[in-house]
Design a protein around this ligand. Structure first.
Ligand code: ADP
Ligand code: ASP
Ligand code: MG
Length: 603
């Protein structure tokens, strides 16, 4: 007999008929011998409707009252589903998050789960009852027992948290598509179902716009090694398995807040090639990385900052062994841009062998902007200058001077309480034969780009900027420092750009403008009409040519790339919002991810 957590999303329980169909599926599982805990979302678009109602009354409703309001949606579903189960002769009981004891921090609208009490659940399960739990909600840990919600899409997280706490055999997420697909089928009609994906890849995809799973649900599954499967509530197809590596044993207390960082890594075997003043035009990154991939050279980090005038800077890192070949390609291609109409002065190639990459990693840093800020501050306090920054949801990497490497490693492991045993030195990058170089693509159109010009190039600047943003709880992604240095009033400066959620754009600009007065940098500008397009695949490690193919497919569509950032398993490009869907479809096609099977989506 297995203990299974089944979660049903809004569309799956969107009508009385759907609730009855779901009840049948659950009772079949019980008849086959399983114990079942069910987590449900609000019916259909209920949560959106409630949000609209609130906005009709207030432009800025209090987050406490919003939680009170939104949590009602799930409460309707649990009662109806329990009734439907009872109608089928299956004993069942509905419980709110508070009744179960899903204890969260007292942060309204984005609470993290601290622990799930399992006593009451276990009592009901022992009696052979199906327990139907309201997803997306919890109760605060303070004296006041406030109702909290976990953030939009958070029912997935409730389900996996319950599964981990009950040490269930698996967690099944039933939704309106057959599983995890190579892209959102609403945007890419040729998207295909994958039979499995690693939790690392899914974490990236989920946080880069694939809303089929809440990223925090993937994080918990990964941390506790919980088998997770995503499947359709309309069919009996097996869906997609999200596979995790065997996790380190981990306490269930402080589930979503314990230990944000579990690794500090350093890679000394890196060299940086920067190309300054390359034309800001479609096809430039494609031709550079196209040439590099013909030499079979694997690039690691790639960063392209916001343009200045008509030109961009592109920097990338490679292992020292291939530096000569890579720089030869860069030197050879730079003069060919001289004739480009947008180029007023010549592109310049700068090579730096004396660099190292330090990185902190851990699934717990998702949505916790203070973690990156703490890394920058730790380096700044030690007067270590950061040359390049690249971020993903679960990793922040900084390129620093090689001579500072040991000090950085020591200080970061101290700051994040990571013991020496879990520190890793990356020296080899094994080619992962079983992993496709690109597993899926995602588009995020909810991001805004923020640029700060002429930030003094001294240790501590990134720390100041991102600490301030973290204090306002603004999560930052795709942080990019320009390669180009400007001397302003005798002081070297660089531009910094990054992306934030569109809803945070105004506040982020405000916060930085205030800082601006103190540190005296240039203008701060926000721009909303962007889209972030990303390709994700664990197999891109040690597989040259993925970036080249990505950029070439955009060039063929005549789409200009505004920014590039990478992590080991993803490449993201910021492009114009109007080009988003066309670009997504082109890139999906270029990587051969499309197929013939038509994915049907219930309306
Ligand atoms: P639920 O209400 O069941 O939680 P969601 O709407 O939150 O469902 O998530 C399912 C939706 O996610 C799908 O209908 C699909 O449009 C979207 N989606 C985005 N990216 C992907 C992807 N890579 N694979 C599958 N679905 C995706
Ligand atoms: N009902 C909530 C939402 O729409 C939570 C969920 O469905 O996961 O965001
Ligand atoms: Mg969802």
């Amino acid at each position: 007999m297995a203990l299974v957590i089944q979660k049903y999303g809004g569309t799956s329980v969107g009508s009385v008929e759907r609730i009855q169909a779901v009840a049948k599926r659950i009772s079949q599982a019980v008849q086959s011998g399983d114990s079942v805990v069910v987590v449900v979302s609000a019916m259909g678009k209920t949560t959106d409707t409630l949000v609209r109602l609130a906005n009709e009354i207030s432009n800025n409703p209090s987050s406490r009252e919003m939680d009170m309001l939104l949590s009602t949606g799930e409460q309707v579903t649990i009662a109806l589903l329990s009734m439907a189960l009872q109608e089928l002769g299956q004993s069942a009981i509905s419980l709110t998050g508070a009744q179960v004891g899903i204890v969260t921090e007292a942060e309204h609208s984005r609470a993290r789960i601290l622990q799930v009490c399992t006593d009451r659940l276990e009592r009901h399960l022992l009696k052979g009852e199906v327990v139907v739990v309201a997803g997306f909600q919890g109760v605060s840990n303070g004296e006041d027992l406030e109702i909290t919600t976990l953030g939009r899409g958070g029912s997935d997280t409730s389900a996996v948290a319950l599964a981990a706490s009950l040490k269930a055999d698996r967690c099944e997420i039933y939704t309106d598509v057959p599983g995890i697909l190579t892209a959102d089928p609403r945007l890419v009609p040729t998207a295909q179902l994958m039979s499995e994906i690693t939790a690392d890849e899914m974490l990236e995809l989920a946080s880069l716009g694939a809303k089929v799973l809440h990223p925090r649900a993937v994080e918990i599954a990964r941390n506790y090694g919980m088998p997770l499967v995503v499947l359709s509530s309309w069919s009996d197809r097996p869906g997609t398995r999200v596979v995790s590596r065997l996790p380190q044993p981990r306490s269930l207390q402080g589930m979503e807040i314990a230990k944000a960082v579990d690794g500090v890594e350093v890679d000394r075997d890196q060299a940086k090639i920067a190309l300054l003043r390359v034309p800001d035009a479609p096809g430039v990154a494609a031709s550079l990385f196209g040439e590099i991939s013909t030499q079979n050279i694997d690039v690691d980090l790639i960063i392209q900052s916001i343009h200045e005038g008509n030109t961009n800077d592109i920097a990338f890192t490679v292992v020292n062994r291939v530096l000569k070949a890579a720089s030869a390609v860069a030197e050879a291609i730079a003069p060919s841009w001289r004739t480009h109409p947008s180029l007023t002065s010549e592109a310049e190639v700068i090579i730096d062998r004396q660099i190292a990459k330090v990185a902190i990693s851990g699934a717990g840093m998702i949505g916790r902007p203070g973690i990156a800020a703490k890394m920058f501050k730790t380096l700044a306090d030690a007067r270590i200058n950061i040359q390049m920054i690249s971020t993903s949801e679960v990793k922040v990497s900084c390129v620093i001077d090689e001579a500072e490497c040991d000090r950085a490693l020591h200080l970061l492991s101290q700051a994040f309480d990571v013991d020496l045993g879990s520190q890793k030195e990356i020296t080899s990058r094994p080619y992962q034969v079983n992993q496709p170089p690109v597993r899926g693509v995602a588009l995020d159109t909810n991001q805004a780009r923020i640029a700060i010009r002429h930030v003094p190039d001294t240790p501590g600047m990134a720390a100041q900027i991102f600490t301030l943003l973290a204090q306002k709880n603004i999560s930052v992604d795709a942080i990019i420092q320009s390669q180009r240095c400007h001397i302003i009033n005798g002081q070297p400066t660089r531009d910094i750009a990054f992306t934030v959620a569109q809803s945070d754009e105004k506040l982020a600009c405000q916060v930085i403008s205030e800082l601006d007065r103190q540190i005296n940098c240039g203008q701060v500008s926000g721009y909303k009409a962007i889209a972030k397009l990303s390709v994700v695949g664990a197999g891109m490690i040690g597989h040259p040519g993925v970036a080249a193919k990505f950029f070439a497919s955009l060039a063929r569509e005549n789409i200009n790339i505004q920014m590039i950032t990478t992590s080991e398993i993803k490449i993201s490009c910021v492009i114009d919002e109007v080009d988003g869907i066309r670009a997504l479809q082109a890139v999906h096609e270029a990587f051969g991810l499309g197929g013939k099977e038509k994915i049907t989506i219930p309306i």
